[in-house]
Design a protein around this ligand. Sequence first.
Ligand SMILES: [Zn+2]
Length: 214
Amino acid sequence: MIKESLLNPEHANTTYHIDAGDYFIGVVKAGSTFRLVDLEGNQAADTLFYNANDPAERYSATDTIREQGNVYLTAGSEIRSNQNNVMLEIVADTCGRHDTLGGACATESNTVRYDLEKRCMHACRDSWMLAITENPEFGLSKRDISHNINFFMNVPVTQAGGLTFEDGISAPGKYVEMVAKMDIIVLISNCPQLNNPCNGYNPTPVDMLVWDKR
Ligand SMILES: [Zn+2]
């Protein structure tokens, strides 16, 4: 569902620029709103969420999909945790659909999907591992890296029940915006993938704008 935000980007308290292939890790406080902007279009932002006060509570695709009865995320979606609590609510979305099923790229899956020679290529799982290693204060370890949301990524479910990685439906300037319902650790890999059309074979930057709770 396409729904535009009423918030003015000029009034955002903080703007983070996440380069293509880079990661972001940080805390968004309960009641704050944040927006991910697909600056050049057709990018994928592979995202994990944790309860900042207890990182064992984390984003759960199964709880989120079951409760809303829909595999895609968009405005109105409640993003739930593995304890079935609402972590965030998507309040605006100009892209219209975000993936919960495709997972993140890894060096291992690159070899299976594309070629053995792709093993050395940079992948989202590496970016997450680097993020939690360089930022130990968040208390995350390898065991916390689990299934994720792919904002802006187009992974349609086929009639036969399969998944296909398709050309993106996002475009320059499209955004998704959500309100945190608890203090949230946001961990993003701005996907460096060069082998499928989800980011147009050309990784590009995304911005993250945060409006603090008023
Ligand atoms: Zn990736």
